[in-house]
Design a protein around this ligand. Structure first.
Ligand SMILES: Nc1ncnc2c1ncn2[C@@H]1O[C@H](COP(=O)(O)OP(=O)(O)O)[C@@H](O)[C@H]1O
Ligand SMILES: [Mg+2]
Length: 229
């Protein structure tokens, strides 16, 4: 469904991605792991249309999406959950969902149902200010928002970053509940989360994919995984 072939992406004259090639098949959960500064966010932004690669190709369901505006890419079925976990803090949780639903012509009840389906507790928080949610709940709200409409592929940038162990478990459950129903391409540095959910892992270093792991035993072998980081 998503094929990235040999892309290079730069900020001005500084080339950050060097010949990245990856593939996500329909229904797969694919992770990108790598240290800070490896280029993981730059890669997701290049797929979502916020940055334009200078070389290579990106196709989604066999159509080229390279060079399309982010809104067009979103409408084609790719939704992007940014790393910064930013919600509309002054608005309620319900209003946050409503704002995301409106341009997609989806009713607020359907939008709420999407988030409830991955995290039933959100029902209790619908009238609270989104700014009062915990970091983990904000992340779940953002994932719920990305599920509105009929997305085919979610790009999620570091969903467990900065969260306490108990909260990481909530996120893990949310991701597990979506696994197989929607394709997932997730940037994640927590290797135990990766090992539990991944069908495939790409290890990134200095703007390149240095290893692709599909074997479950290898994914759960900390020594093998850490040596690639
Ligand atoms: N807006 C930007 N302008 C210039 N350089 C950037 C910008 N954003 C990121 N970079 C650089 O690109 C490299 C990769 O960054 P990033 O994709 O954010 O890595 P990661 O998400 O793996 O931590 C880093 O060296 C970073 O300093
Ligand atoms: Mg990043």
């Amino acid at each position: 469904m998503l094929s990235v072939t040999n892309i290079d992406t730069s900020y001005g004259h500084a080339k950050v991605l060097h010949g990245i090639t990856l593939e996500v098949l329909s229904g797969q959960t694919v992770f990108i792991a790598g240290r800070n500064g490896a280029g993981k966010t730059t890669l997701l932004k290049s797929i979502a249309g916020f940055l334009k690669p200078s070389e290579g190709s990106i196709t989604f369901d066999n159509q080229s999406i390279l060079g399309l505006a982010p809104e067009k890419i979103a409408l084609s079925g790719i939704r992007y959950v940014f790393q910064d976990k930013r919600v509309f803090s002054q608005l309620s949780v319900r209003e946050n969902l409503e704002l995301a639903a409106y341009p997609l012509k989806v009713g607020v009840a359907d939008a709420i149902a999407k988030t409830v389906s991955i995290y039933p507790k959100i029902e209790k928080f619908l009238n609270l200010r989104a700014g009062s949610l915990s970091g983990g709940q904000r992340q779940i709200l953002l994932i719920g928002r990305a599920l509105i409409g009929e997305p085919k592929l979610l790009l999620i940038d570091e969903p467990t970053e900065g969260l306490a162990a108990g909260t990481i478990n909530d996120i893990l459950n949310v991701l597990a509940s979506m696994k197989g129903k929607v394709s997932l391409l997730i940037v994640e540095q927590n290797l135990s989360v990766v090992g539990m959910l991944a069908d495939k892992v790409y290890m990134m270093k200095e703007g390149k994919i240095v290893r692709e792991v599909t074997d479950k035993a290898q994914m759960n072998d900390k020594v093998i995984m850490e040596q690639c980081l």
